[in-house]
Design a protein around this ligand. Structure first.
Ligand code: DGL
Length: 287
Protein backbone atom coordinates (compact mmCIF):
# COMPACT_ATOMS: atom_id res chain seq x y z
CA UNK A 1 0.00 0.00 0.00
CA UNK A 2 1.29 3.48 -0.80
CA UNK A 3 2.60 5.34 2.22
CA UNK A 4 2.69 8.77 0.66
CA UNK A 5 -0.81 9.10 -0.65
CA UNK A 6 -1.27 12.78 -1.34
CA UNK A 7 0.63 15.55 -3.05
CA UNK A 8 -0.03 19.21 -3.65
CA UNK A 9 -1.73 19.68 -6.99
CA UNK A 10 -0.08 22.13 -9.35
CA UNK A 11 -3.39 23.22 -10.84
CA UNK A 12 -5.69 22.85 -7.87
CA UNK A 13 -4.75 26.09 -6.16
CA UNK A 14 -2.43 26.74 -3.23
CA UNK A 15 -2.67 24.27 -0.40
CA UNK A 16 -5.25 22.08 -2.14
CA UNK A 17 -4.37 18.43 -1.82
CA UNK A 18 -4.87 16.21 -4.86
CA UNK A 19 -4.75 12.44 -4.89
CA UNK A 20 -1.88 10.51 -6.46
CA UNK A 21 -2.23 7.45 -8.67
CA UNK A 22 -0.41 5.11 -6.29
CA UNK A 23 -2.81 5.78 -3.40
CA UNK A 24 -5.41 3.10 -2.63
CA UNK A 25 -9.06 3.28 -3.57
CA UNK A 26 -11.26 3.50 -0.47
CA UNK A 27 -14.44 1.39 -0.35
CA UNK A 28 -17.03 1.37 2.38
CA UNK A 29 -20.19 -0.59 3.09
CA UNK A 30 -22.38 -1.34 6.08
CA UNK A 31 -20.75 -4.77 6.27
CA UNK A 32 -18.98 -7.27 4.05
CA UNK A 33 -21.57 -7.24 1.21
CA UNK A 34 -19.60 -4.46 -0.51
CA UNK A 35 -16.91 -7.06 -1.15
CA UNK A 36 -19.04 -8.11 -4.16
CA UNK A 37 -18.15 -4.70 -5.59
CA UNK A 38 -14.50 -5.17 -4.59
CA UNK A 39 -14.44 -8.53 -6.36
CA UNK A 40 -15.80 -6.99 -9.56
CA UNK A 41 -13.25 -4.14 -9.30
CA UNK A 42 -10.34 -6.52 -8.67
CA UNK A 43 -11.29 -8.44 -11.83
CA UNK A 44 -11.37 -5.29 -13.92
CA UNK A 45 -8.61 -3.27 -12.23
CA UNK A 46 -6.10 -5.75 -10.77
CA UNK A 47 -3.43 -3.05 -10.40
CA UNK A 48 -5.39 -1.01 -7.85
CA UNK A 49 -4.73 -1.16 -4.11
CA UNK A 50 -8.01 -1.25 -2.18
CA UNK A 51 -8.73 -0.22 1.39
CA UNK A 52 -12.10 -1.61 2.45
CA UNK A 53 -14.11 -0.54 5.47
CA UNK A 54 -17.14 -2.59 6.57
CA UNK A 55 -19.19 -1.07 9.37
CA UNK A 56 -20.15 -4.49 10.75
CA UNK A 57 -20.72 -3.09 14.25
CA UNK A 58 -23.66 -1.01 13.02
CA UNK A 59 -25.17 -2.99 10.13
CA UNK A 60 -27.72 -3.18 8.65
CA UNK A 61 -28.01 0.30 7.19
CA UNK A 62 -31.06 -0.72 5.12
CA UNK A 63 -33.48 -0.33 8.02
CA UNK A 64 -32.00 2.89 9.50
CA UNK A 65 -33.29 6.44 9.08
CA UNK A 66 -31.76 8.69 6.37
CA UNK A 67 -30.13 10.94 9.01
CA UNK A 68 -28.42 7.99 10.70
CA UNK A 69 -27.23 6.57 7.39
CA UNK A 70 -25.77 9.97 6.41
CA UNK A 71 -23.96 10.24 9.74
CA UNK A 72 -22.55 6.70 9.47
CA UNK A 73 -21.50 7.26 5.84
CA UNK A 74 -19.71 10.46 6.84
CA UNK A 75 -17.78 8.64 9.57
CA UNK A 76 -16.92 5.82 7.15
CA UNK A 77 -15.65 8.31 4.54
CA UNK A 78 -13.51 10.13 7.12
CA UNK A 79 -11.88 6.86 8.15
CA UNK A 80 -10.82 6.24 4.55
CA UNK A 81 -9.79 9.84 3.84
CA UNK A 82 -7.59 9.83 6.96
CA UNK A 83 -5.76 6.89 5.36
CA UNK A 84 -5.03 8.77 2.17
CA UNK A 85 -7.32 7.14 -0.39
CA UNK A 86 -7.41 8.70 -3.87
CA UNK A 87 -11.16 8.16 -4.35
CA UNK A 88 -14.07 6.75 -2.40
CA UNK A 89 -16.40 4.06 -3.67
CA UNK A 90 -19.63 3.90 -1.69
CA UNK A 91 -20.04 0.13 -2.11
CA UNK A 92 -23.45 0.12 -0.45
CA UNK A 93 -26.70 0.91 -2.19
CA UNK A 94 -28.42 2.23 0.92
CA UNK A 95 -25.54 4.60 1.74
CA UNK A 96 -25.32 5.72 -1.90
CA UNK A 97 -29.06 6.39 -1.94
CA UNK A 98 -28.99 8.60 1.15
CA UNK A 99 -25.50 10.00 1.52
CA UNK A 100 -23.79 10.39 -1.87
CA UNK A 101 -24.71 14.05 -2.54
CA UNK A 102 -23.64 15.04 0.98
CA UNK A 103 -20.31 13.22 0.75
CA UNK A 104 -19.63 14.94 -2.59
CA UNK A 105 -20.44 18.30 -1.02
CA UNK A 106 -18.21 17.68 2.00
CA UNK A 107 -15.12 16.15 0.39
CA UNK A 108 -13.00 17.18 -2.56
CA UNK A 109 -11.91 13.75 -3.70
CA UNK A 110 -13.93 11.73 -6.24
CA UNK A 111 -16.84 9.88 -4.59
CA UNK A 112 -18.39 7.14 -6.69
CA UNK A 113 -21.63 5.39 -5.81
CA UNK A 114 -23.40 2.32 -7.12
CA UNK A 115 -26.58 3.95 -8.41
CA UNK A 116 -25.50 6.04 -11.43
CA UNK A 117 -23.61 3.12 -12.92
CA UNK A 118 -26.52 0.72 -12.43
CA UNK A 119 -28.96 3.17 -13.97
CA UNK A 120 -26.68 3.75 -16.98
CA UNK A 121 -26.33 -0.01 -17.44
CA UNK A 122 -30.10 -0.56 -17.23
CA UNK A 123 -30.73 2.15 -19.80
CA UNK A 124 -27.92 1.02 -22.10
CA UNK A 125 -30.66 -1.16 -23.53
CA UNK A 126 -32.70 1.29 -25.65
CA UNK A 127 -35.76 -0.98 -25.32
CA UNK A 128 -35.79 -0.97 -21.50
CA UNK A 129 -39.21 0.41 -20.61
CA UNK A 130 -40.51 -1.45 -17.55
CA UNK A 131 -37.94 -1.57 -14.79
CA UNK A 132 -38.18 -3.43 -11.51
CA UNK A 133 -35.85 -2.60 -8.61
CA UNK A 134 -35.26 -4.83 -5.59
CA UNK A 135 -33.35 -3.35 -2.66
CA UNK A 136 -33.41 -2.69 1.06
CA UNK A 137 -36.32 -0.68 2.49
CA UNK A 138 -34.03 2.33 2.89
CA UNK A 139 -32.98 2.31 -0.76
CA UNK A 140 -36.53 1.88 -2.07
CA UNK A 141 -37.90 4.59 0.25
CA UNK A 142 -35.20 7.05 -0.82
CA UNK A 143 -36.51 6.87 -4.42
CA UNK A 144 -32.91 7.46 -5.52
CA UNK A 145 -33.06 4.77 -8.23
CA UNK A 146 -36.54 5.79 -9.33
CA UNK A 147 -35.49 9.46 -9.67
CA UNK A 148 -32.23 8.67 -11.44
CA UNK A 149 -34.04 6.45 -13.96
CA UNK A 150 -36.86 8.91 -14.58
CA UNK A 151 -34.38 11.76 -15.07
CA UNK A 152 -32.54 9.86 -17.77
CA UNK A 153 -35.50 8.50 -19.72
CA UNK A 154 -39.08 9.71 -19.84
CA UNK A 155 -42.01 7.32 -20.03
CA UNK A 156 -40.39 4.52 -18.03
CA UNK A 157 -42.62 2.35 -15.86
CA UNK A 158 -40.69 1.78 -12.64
CA UNK A 159 -41.59 -0.60 -9.81
CA UNK A 160 -39.56 -0.54 -6.60
CA UNK A 161 -39.85 -3.58 -4.34
CA UNK A 162 -38.33 -3.57 -0.85
CA UNK A 163 -36.87 -7.02 -0.20
CA UNK A 164 -35.65 -6.89 3.42
CA UNK A 165 -35.52 -10.67 3.93
CA UNK A 166 -32.91 -11.26 1.22
CA UNK A 167 -29.89 -9.87 3.09
CA UNK A 168 -30.31 -12.26 6.06
CA UNK A 169 -31.00 -15.20 3.73
CA UNK A 170 -27.80 -14.54 1.77
CA UNK A 171 -25.85 -14.06 4.99
CA UNK A 172 -27.14 -17.45 6.22
CA UNK A 173 -25.87 -18.93 2.93
CA UNK A 174 -29.40 -20.10 2.16
CA UNK A 175 -28.90 -19.37 -1.52
CA UNK A 176 -30.27 -22.73 -2.70
CA UNK A 177 -32.69 -23.21 0.20
CA UNK A 178 -36.39 -23.58 -0.78
CA UNK A 179 -37.24 -20.80 1.69
CA UNK A 180 -35.17 -18.35 -0.37
CA UNK A 181 -36.94 -19.36 -3.60
CA UNK A 182 -40.28 -18.87 -1.84
CA UNK A 183 -39.33 -15.42 -0.49
CA UNK A 184 -37.94 -14.42 -3.88
CA UNK A 185 -41.14 -15.50 -5.63
CA UNK A 186 -43.16 -13.39 -3.19
CA UNK A 187 -41.05 -10.33 -4.03
CA UNK A 188 -40.75 -11.02 -7.76
CA UNK A 189 -44.26 -12.17 -8.70
CA UNK A 190 -45.80 -8.66 -8.54
CA UNK A 191 -42.93 -7.33 -10.69
CA UNK A 192 -43.27 -10.14 -13.23
CA UNK A 193 -47.04 -9.60 -13.35
CA UNK A 194 -46.36 -5.98 -14.25
CA UNK A 195 -44.29 -7.18 -17.19
CA UNK A 196 -40.84 -5.88 -16.22
CA UNK A 197 -38.15 -6.23 -18.91
CA UNK A 198 -35.27 -5.30 -16.56
CA UNK A 199 -34.60 -6.16 -12.91
CA UNK A 200 -32.08 -4.03 -11.04
CA UNK A 201 -30.34 -5.81 -8.17
CA UNK A 202 -29.89 -2.74 -6.02
CA UNK A 203 -28.16 -4.27 -3.01
CA UNK A 204 -24.63 -5.52 -2.39
CA UNK A 205 -25.81 -9.00 -1.41
CA UNK A 206 -27.93 -9.79 -4.44
CA UNK A 207 -25.21 -10.77 -6.96
CA UNK A 208 -24.97 -14.04 -4.99
CA UNK A 209 -28.61 -14.72 -5.85
CA UNK A 210 -28.16 -14.38 -9.62
CA UNK A 211 -28.30 -18.15 -10.38
CA UNK A 212 -31.58 -18.50 -8.42
CA UNK A 213 -33.01 -15.35 -9.94
CA UNK A 214 -32.26 -16.63 -13.44
CA UNK A 215 -34.25 -19.78 -12.66
CA UNK A 216 -37.20 -17.88 -11.25
CA UNK A 217 -37.52 -15.05 -13.78
CA UNK A 218 -38.76 -15.23 -17.37
CA UNK A 219 -35.76 -15.64 -19.70
CA UNK A 220 -36.31 -12.24 -21.35
CA UNK A 221 -35.95 -10.23 -18.10
CA UNK A 222 -32.51 -8.61 -18.07
CA UNK A 223 -30.62 -8.54 -14.75
CA UNK A 224 -28.50 -5.50 -13.90
CA UNK A 225 -26.26 -5.93 -10.87
CA UNK A 226 -24.73 -2.95 -9.15
CA UNK A 227 -21.35 -4.59 -8.45
CA UNK A 228 -20.30 -5.17 -12.06
CA UNK A 229 -21.73 -1.91 -13.31
CA UNK A 230 -20.00 0.05 -10.51
CA UNK A 231 -16.65 -1.53 -11.42
CA UNK A 232 -17.04 -0.47 -15.05
CA UNK A 233 -18.07 3.04 -14.03
CA UNK A 234 -15.10 3.32 -11.65
CA UNK A 235 -12.69 2.27 -14.40
CA UNK A 236 -14.05 5.01 -16.69
CA UNK A 237 -13.78 7.60 -13.91
CA UNK A 238 -10.18 6.66 -13.07
CA UNK A 239 -9.24 6.91 -16.75
CA UNK A 240 -11.04 10.26 -17.07
CA UNK A 241 -9.33 11.65 -13.94
CA UNK A 242 -5.95 10.17 -14.92
CA UNK A 243 -5.89 8.33 -11.59
CA UNK A 244 -5.15 4.74 -12.61
CA UNK A 245 -2.41 2.91 -10.69
CA UNK A 246 0.82 1.98 -12.50
CA UNK A 247 0.16 -0.83 -15.04
CA UNK A 248 2.79 -3.13 -13.51
CA UNK A 249 1.52 -2.77 -9.94
CA UNK A 250 0.08 -5.82 -8.19
CA UNK A 251 -3.00 -4.48 -6.36
CA UNK A 252 -3.50 -5.42 -2.69
CA UNK A 253 -6.64 -5.53 -0.58
CA UNK A 254 -6.75 -4.44 3.05
CA UNK A 255 -9.99 -5.09 4.93
CA UNK A 256 -11.04 -3.19 8.07
CA UNK A 257 -14.23 -4.04 9.98
CA UNK A 258 -15.74 -2.20 12.93
CA UNK A 259 -16.70 -5.54 14.51
CA UNK A 260 -14.72 -8.73 14.01
CA UNK A 261 -16.18 -12.19 14.29
CA UNK A 262 -15.61 -15.60 12.71
CA UNK A 263 -18.96 -15.23 10.94
CA UNK A 264 -17.90 -12.02 9.21
CA UNK A 265 -14.66 -13.61 8.13
CA UNK A 266 -16.51 -16.58 6.59
CA UNK A 267 -19.00 -14.26 4.96
CA UNK A 268 -16.23 -12.06 3.58
CA UNK A 269 -14.69 -15.11 1.94
CA UNK A 270 -18.01 -15.93 0.24
CA UNK A 271 -18.59 -12.40 -1.05
CA UNK A 272 -15.02 -12.08 -2.27
CA UNK A 273 -14.78 -15.70 -3.49
CA UNK A 274 -11.34 -15.95 -1.87
CA UNK A 275 -9.67 -15.37 1.50
CA UNK A 276 -9.75 -11.69 2.47
CA UNK A 277 -6.34 -11.86 4.18
CA UNK A 278 -5.80 -10.48 7.66
CA UNK A 279 -8.82 -8.42 8.73
CA UNK A 280 -8.13 -5.35 10.86
CA UNK A 281 -10.42 -3.95 13.54
CA UNK A 282 -11.46 -0.41 12.66
CA UNK A 283 -12.27 2.24 15.22
CA UNK A 284 -14.25 5.09 13.70
CA UNK A 285 -13.94 8.64 14.89
CA UNK A 286 -10.14 8.57 15.27
CA UNK A 287 -7.56 8.59 12.49
N1 DGL B 1 -25.10 -2.99 1.94
C1 DGL B 1 -26.53 -2.76 1.99
C2 DGL B 1 -27.02 -2.28 0.62
O1 DGL B 1 -26.40 -2.50 -0.39
C3 DGL B 1 -27.27 -4.03 2.40
C4 DGL B 1 -27.06 -4.41 3.85
C5 DGL B 1 -27.61 -3.39 4.82
O2 DGL B 1 -28.84 -3.20 4.90
O3 DGL B 1 -26.81 -2.77 5.50
O4 DGL B 1 -28.06 -1.67 0.56
Amino acid sequence: MADSCFRLAGNAGPGIIAPVNSAPLGFFDSGVGGLTVVRAVQELLPTEDILYLGDTARLPYGSKSPETIRQFADEDARFLIARGVKAIVVACNTATAHALPRLRELYRLPVIGVIEAGVDAALANPNAARIGIIATRGTIRSHAYQHALALRRTGLIIHGQAAPLLVPLVEENWIDHPATAMVLRTYLDPLVEKGIDTLMLACTHYPLLIPVLRDLLPADVRLVDSATTCAEHLQKELVRLDLLAAPDHDGKLEVHLTDLSDEFEALARRFLKKAPGRIHRAVLGGA
